[in-house]
Ligand binder design. Structure first.
Ligand code: TNX
Length: 589
């Protein structure tokens, strides 16, 4: 999905949602004879197209994350033509998805694709998005049927329709990602898909504290999540180097604590309006924002702004390095809890999602009972806001509270404290540092990133099972997966994308697809088809030699865009001589 600020206006936007065929401002004829003639003409053009047309170039199963059930029917390919219409159930949320679909398809096809909401949406001659009472699909599942006559996506809820639209997008040729009309046969492979996720929580984290990223960058990350059916964006809003969210009751947190970043990079913070915009943009894409205020450690920026929270009451200097574990708010000072209650209260009020993340990691200087006592009080404060608490798995020893969620970031799958907390009712989000940390380098020569948890190539990002990863934690206790992106070495949107892609789709597949579909060879082949899509959309990615990217040419990058260093072709990837997407950088947002 394009950002509103940069998306080109649809070509010839229909003024009337029931307007006529492409290029025509004339409504479809309403008489029976006229309608029959139009249908005849449509059938004739379809038959002619089929006589000349090769089969759809994409296979029905070539989707990431892998759908649960795929039944191809090669005789049922559908060609989207200029007169296609989108019909949708009469429901505001479903209608919004239909409009998003139209906005997705209009730039590249140049078709008007009028959207009509109706009590009984039909797919004939276009695409139907239908809300059904099919509870078997769950809140996020969908069914997609492609026949010669049209495409139908059915779901129990608008979220399922939205995910179905992401699948449909991947079944069209990569040129669908073009922001200007492309010459292409817009064929979809015939057959049906029935799909629903394995885990309810599928997310990524962006650290906006080490380096600050402006709102358009965050919106763009949300687009990437939505494309792969990820449904949570965790924002790491505070750390030693910067406080990134305005808090009315403690204004210096943002105005003083937000000025710096790692090195001499500029800081910044989100106003309440900025944050609301992020949350709303995410919600439109069926993504829930999970805000994190990291406590009691990782708080140097807060102490610079409010020294009264420091154990010695003295303001530390602003911190621009990358060490961890040295700062903390004073757990023995009542004022600390006023601060926590005010900050979390304001953030809860701004956040429609149910989760509030309190950090809890690497508080090396707050030990034992002081640490667990602090976490327990903060957990109660979160509960008082009506939200459910999430914390890094270090909070495991604290008492259980309703719904408590731990985020596992260990590297060896063993932690008795976590297992014990799960035994007391905690659920787990899996972010193993040595598989899911997107700030780890792919290879020794990756220009940015860390390697403290090892190198994480695409295969390593893919080859683990969230359901069995932590010894002693049953799959039922696993809420899902999240890929964190820490940003000590990440300074631009292109950096973010380089580390995200192509590993984010690997994590997305672990979160969405059933375990029996897990298959590295199949995954890397399906993933390969996304290189041309990203390149066409101007999205940077790492052209990993593990992935058999197609060698066909892609839309060239604008002349002034920096390129990511080319990866050598390798024996592992003989089909990669063409460097399909040597890091095309997006339009400035
Ligand atoms: C560990 S993982 C951290 C972060 C760093 C990250 C760098 C975790 C909860 N804490 O503070 O940014 O490593 O990879």
């Amino acid at each position: 999905m394009s950002l509103p600020s940069t998306a080109p206006e649809p070509l010839d936007p229909p003024t009337d949602r029931a307007a006529g065929p492409a290029g025509s401002a004339v409504p479809l004829p309403r008489t029976a004879t006229g309608a029959a003639a139009a249908e005849l003409a449509r059938e004739a053009s379809r038959s002619a197209a089929e006589l000349l047309a090769p089969p759809a170039p994409i296979g029905l199963g070539d989707v990431v994350p892998a759908p649960q059930q795929v039944r191809p029917d090669p005789a049922a390919d559908f060609a989207l033509t200029a007169d296609a219409v989108i019909r949708v159930s009469a429901d505001p949320a479903a209608l919004a998805v239909a409009e998003q679909l139209a906005e997705l398809l209009r730039p590249a096809t140049g078709y008007p694709l009028p959207v009509t909401d109706t009590a009984r949406p039909e797919s004939t001659g276009g695409i139907a998005l239908v809300l059904t009472g099919d509870e078997a699909l769950g809140a996020e599942g969908y069914r997609l049927d492609v026949t010669r006559d049209g495409v139908r996506i059915a779901a129990a809820a608008a979220t399922g329709l939205f995910h179905g639209v992401q699948t449909l997008r991947q079944l069209l040729p990569p040129a669908i990602e073009s922001r200007t009309p492309a010459v292409e046969r817009w064929a979809l492979p015939g057959g049906s898909i029935v799909d629903r996720p394995r885990f309810a929580y599928r997310g990524a984290m962006l650290d906006v504290a080490r380096h600050f990223f402006a709102v358009p960058d965050v919106l763009r990350v949300i687009d990437h999540l939505a494309r792969y059916k990820l449904n949570h964006l965790h924002l790491h809003l505070t750390d030693d180097q910067g406080w990134r969210i305005a808090v009315d009751s403690w204004p210096r947190l943002a105005t003083v604590g937000g000025v710096g970043a790692v090195g001499d990079s500029p800081g910044g913070h989100y106003s309440r309006a900025d944050y609301r915009r992020i949350v709303a943009y995410a919600a439109e894409r069926h993504v829930t924002v999970v805000p994190e205020i990291d406590l009691p450690g990782h708080t140097n920026a807060a102490l610079v702004a409010y020294p009264e929270l420091a154990p010695d009451g003295i303001a530390p200097p602003p911190y621009t390095g990358t060490e961890v574990g040295f700062s903390y708010v004073d757990p023995a000072n009542e004022r600390t809890y006023d601060f926590v209650a005010d900050v979390l209260g304001e953030l809860a009020a701004l956040t429609p999602g149910p989760l509030l993340h309190i950090g809890g990691d690497e508080a090396f200087k707050v030990k034992g009972a002081a640490y667990t006592g602090f976490v327990e009080r903060v957990q109660r404060i979160v509960a008082d806001t009506g939200k459910t608490v999430v914390g890094w798995h270090q909070i495991a020893p604290a008492a259980h509270t309703d719904g408590r969620v731990l985020q596992w970031w260990g590297t060896n799958g063993e932690d008795p404290a976590t297992v014990e907390a799960v035994g007391r009712g905690a659920r787990l989000i899996l972010s193993p540092g040595n598989h899911a940390y997107l700030d780890m380098k792919y290879a020794p020569d990756t220009p940015i990133g860390h390697d403290w948890a090892g190198l994480i190539d695409v295969r390593r990002a893919y080859e683990w099972d969230p359901g069995t990863h932590v010894t002693g934690v049953p799959a039922e206790a696993v809420l899902g997966v999240e890929a964190p992106l820490w940003t000590e070495s990440v300074t631009t949107l292109a950096d973010i994308e380089l580390l995200l892609l192509p590993r984010l789709p690997a994590v997305a597949e672990l979160g969405w697809s059933s375990r029996d579909s897990h298959d590295w060879t199949g995954f890397r082949e399906r993933l390969a088809g996304h290189g041309p899509r990203w390149a066409t959309a101007g999205i940077t990615f790492h052209p990993s030699p593990e992935v058999p990217w197609p060698a066909e040419p892609v839309t060239p990058a604008p002349a002034d865009t920096p390129l990511i260093p080319a990866q050598p072709a390798s024996a592992d990837n003989p089909r990669n001589p063409a460097q399909p997407a040597s890091g095309v950088v997006a339009d400035p947002l």
